[in-house]
Ligand binder design. Structure first.
Ligand SMILES: N[C@@H](CCC(=O)N[C@@H](CS)C(=O)NCC(=O)O)C(=O)O
Ligand SMILES: [Fe+2]
Length: 345
């Protein structure tokens, strides 16, 4: 198991790099833009392949590294369903599993600090974002924060985890690095309340100044999407409506790049094949299933995913691999649904 806690001293942010083994896939939680070079250096030194970059919520105090990491490594970006970002590659909800090779995190929806706050549980440890801090809790006075919702997330979810569960927050301003659920229950001053009303009252009296970077960070963090226009300009994109006309066309192979949980929840395009994005490089090289499918049958590969990000990156990779007819569905299943495209469940 590889587990690294990385710190940005300017914003007091902790980021976490996880992988099951050297040479394997890696995931990063809450990366900070200014530290991207550092993360990528470590990824290289540990011989890892970064495949997912996750934010626990839209941060108000620093610009996220999600977009930069995606642009530089072709990893996918992940946030919760409620996050008001233009586009991320993949969205998760409570009960999902966020997976990479050898690592599975349980997804917990823990609103309160913001309405898009999530926590991620990995066996003996939980990444609590700004829901539960060490001897503190995230403020609830902006971004649709709610002390009432946070009380529920804390007392109804996080504090119900076993006492020995390690707590890894997204921030610390005092120099602490890790705690446990039992320790926080006993010693966190915010958690010594007798009722939700007492908690709401306590949170309403914090009177904290806004984060210094807030006016820059929030708008920047809401615009992380990969521009898909360049792919379209090169003629490598179909609109959802154009793609609909290709269903059943024997010269076309529709390739779903999403994961099992996304396919189950949102349905699939009839007749499409599943080839998850993490296996793309293997699938499009000579001998790989998609390469051979395209070359032996002459079929045009039409990639699709949830929002068009994975498929846009897949088109570029396929084109680079010599699959010159490859294209994707602009905007992915999101656009497909809006265009009332047929689905099978
Ligand atoms: N001084 C910091 C404050 C950052 C801040 O407000 N952090 C939020 C998390 S985004 C929080 O919940 N802080 C809790 C606290 O300060 O007790 C800054 O300007 O960036
Ligand atoms: Fe925050």
């Amino acid at each position: 198991m590889i587990f690294r806690q990385l710190f940005d001293s300017i914003s007091g942010t902790y980021s976490y790099l996880l992988a099951s083994r050297r040479g394997g896939e890696a995931l990063i939680i809450d990366p900070v833009l200014e530290k991207v070079d550092r993360y990528l250096q470590l990824v290289k030194e540990l011989d890892l392949k970064l495949v997912k970059a996750v934010d626990t919520h839209i941060h108000a105090d620093h610009v996220t590294g999600l977009g930069a990491l995606r642009d530089r490594t072709h990893c996918i970006t992940v946030m919760g369903e409620q996050a008001r970002v233009d586009v991320v590659s993949m969205r998760v909800v409570e009960g999902d599993k966020l997976t990479i090779e050898g690592v599975a995190l349980d997804v917990l929806y823990t609103p309160g600090h913001t309405d898009d706050s999530y926590s991620f549980l990995m066996q003996d440890r939980v990444f609590t974002g700004d829901t539960l801090l060490i001897r503190g809790t995230g403020r609830t006075d902006f971004q649709n924060g709610s002390a009432r919702a946070q009380y529920q997330s804390l007392f109804g979810k996080l504090l119900k985890l076993p006492d020995e569960t390690l707590v890894y927050p997204a921030h610390d301003y005092k120099g602490d690095t890790v705690s446990t659920i039992g320790e926080e229950k006993a010693f966190n001053p915010r958690l010594q309340v007798k009722s939700v009303d007492e908690y709401v009252d306590l949170m309403s009296k914090l009177n904290l100044p806004n984060p210094k970077m807030m006016d820059v960070a929030v708008p920047a963090n809401m615009r992380q999407g990969l521009p898909q226009d360049e792919i379209a300009r090169r003629g490598w994109a179909l609109t959802a409506t154009q793609a609909m006309a290709q269903i059943g066309d024997p010269n076309v192979a529709l390739i779903d790049l999403r994961e099992h949980s996304e396919r189950e929840r949102h349905g699939v395009i009839p007749g499409s094949l599943n080839a998850p994005y993490p296996d793309l490089a293997m699938n499009i090289r000579p001998g790989g299933v998609l390469y051979e499918l395209a070359c032996s049958t002459g079929k045009r590969l039409v990639f699709y995913c949830a929002f068009g990000e994975r498929s846009a990156m897949a088109v570029q990779a396929a084109q680079d691999a010599g699959l010159t007819t490859a294209c994707h569905i602009h905007g992915g299943m999101d656009a497909w649904r809006k265009a009332h495209g047929p689905l099978v469940h």
